[in-house]
Design a binder for this molecule. Structure first.
Ligand code: SF4
Length: 393
């Protein structure tokens, strides 16, 4: 019998696999004048696109479902997979529904991809979005609010109408609701991980790449309610935090492999972009305006992620330890995409912080087209055993 939970997960799976963006094509066809904007990892101000009447679409490469043929011709061999498969999808027409793409300042690879996009698709909107390097509101905050204003200007042109502050506040509220729904699912998983297998949650998260935010918030709430009531049996797994998967699409098989090796993932950065700002953007007190509120939320409550420049060298390690502890993780798995500079450069420092906090860790690299998981299974299986043995000793 197909349960409502099974049906929801199958719906999410279909959307997660929707690399030709059929859902986006349908959404655009429903009303004239609609437009869609691709959002490269990690953080983009989806609220602005939403307020301008557009659909933000997560673009994260093709995972293991795309054979890269032409995409390889544009890149050297020693960079990660994401730009190759993203370009492959663009060149074969899969990304045609996108009227523009935002390339946030995540790493050199994404910056270079934005230049390539400009050359290959001169009729589309291409925006490189700088993020602040100073966390002082009067410097970084003011700078970022100006960046957002320029971006909004482009989006208004595409949408063919001015965007009012009221519309921006309404969009911010819609994304606040989405952030809350995400955190509630993550909280349930941390409390009872057997109810929310990450291999299943991963599909639900990915569905959000192509759904309007209101529909995805509803999907998250439904998923949480159905998972909580599922009565799935308790499993005694080693509780781990998974970090480094914030950009490329790790193959679903990789997540399943980690779970089957005896680990319950209780914290991860698979949806880092959507969870980037902690809490609501809507200010509790006075704020100058919606763009300023977004900029302030980014610098004051943005996650100390690998993709951020932070003057405090200890901040990222401390944040990882805090997140792992809050979720009740007993160990940390560093799973960086191959050749991912942001993840790999920080790893020695963050691993040291994790070790100093008394949390065991293990690390490996993956590519989105990884098909061989046996060695990862052996590694994470041994890691899970170590956690269990030491926690019982
Ligand atoms: S996987 Fe790493 S290096 Fe590649 S695009 Fe993402 S952040 Fe940049």
């Amino acid at each position: 019998m197909v349960t409502p939970l099974d049906a929801l997960v199958e719906q999410a799976r279909a959307l997660a696999d929707d690399l030709r963006l059929d859902a986006v094509r349908r959404w655009k066809a429903e009303a004239p004048g609609r437009f869609a904007i691709g959002c490269l990892p990690v953080w983009t101000p989806r609220e602005l696109i939403h307020a301008a009447g557009g659909l933000p679409v997560g673009v994260r490469g093709g995972g293991d479902a795309v054979e890269v043929v032409r995409g390889d011709a544009y890149f050297q061999s020693y960079i990660c997979q994401l730009p190759r498969s993203t370009l492959e999808l663009a060149l074969d027409g899969s990304l045609d529904p996108l009227d523009g793409v935002i390339f946030p300042s995540t790493c050199d690879v994404i910056r270079n991809l934005s230049g390539m996009w400009q050359l290959l698709f001169p009729d589309k909107l291409v925006r490189y979005l700088d993020v602040p390097q100073s966390l002082r509101p009067e410097l970084g905050g003011a700078f970022f609010a100006r960046e957002l204003k320029e971006l909004l200007h482009d989006l208004q042109r595409l949408g063919g109408r001015p965007v009012t502050d009221e519309a921006l506040w309404a969009s911010i509220a819609a994304y606040d609701a989405h952030r809350q729904a995400l955190e509630e699912v993550y909280a349930l998983r941390a409390a009872q991980p057997w109810l929310v297998p990450t291999s299943e949650l991963y599909l639900v998260l990915r569905a959000g790449d192509v759904l309007p935010v209101e529909a995805h918030t509803a999907m998250l709430r439904d998923y949480r309610a159905l998972a909580a009531a599922s009565g799935r049996p308790v499993e005694d797994q080693a509780r781990v935090a998974l970090t480094g998967c914030f950009c490329e699409r790790p193959p679903l098989g990789l997540i399943q492999t980690i779970e089957r090796s005896g680990c319950a993932i209780v914290e991860d950065d698979l949806a880092l972009g959507q969870r980037f700002v902690r809490g609501d953007v809507t200010p509790s007190g006075a704020a100058e305006g919606p763009l300023e509120a977004l900029a302030l939320a980014f610098i004051e409550r943005g996650r100390a992620a690998q993709t951020m420049f932070l003057p405090d060298h200890c901040a990222k390690g401390a944040a990882l330890v805090d997140d792992a502890r809050r979720a009740g993780a007993e160990g940390v798995i560093f799973a960086a995409a191959s050749f991912c500079d942001p993840a790999l450069l920080d790893q020695p420092m963050t691993a040291k912080a994790v070790e100093a906090a008394g949390l065991p860790s293990t690390s490996f690299k993956y590519a989105e087209n990884t098909g061989q998981f046996q060695s990862i299974r052996e590694q994470t299986g041994a890691f899970a055993d170590t956690i269990k043995i030491w926690s019982e000793a």
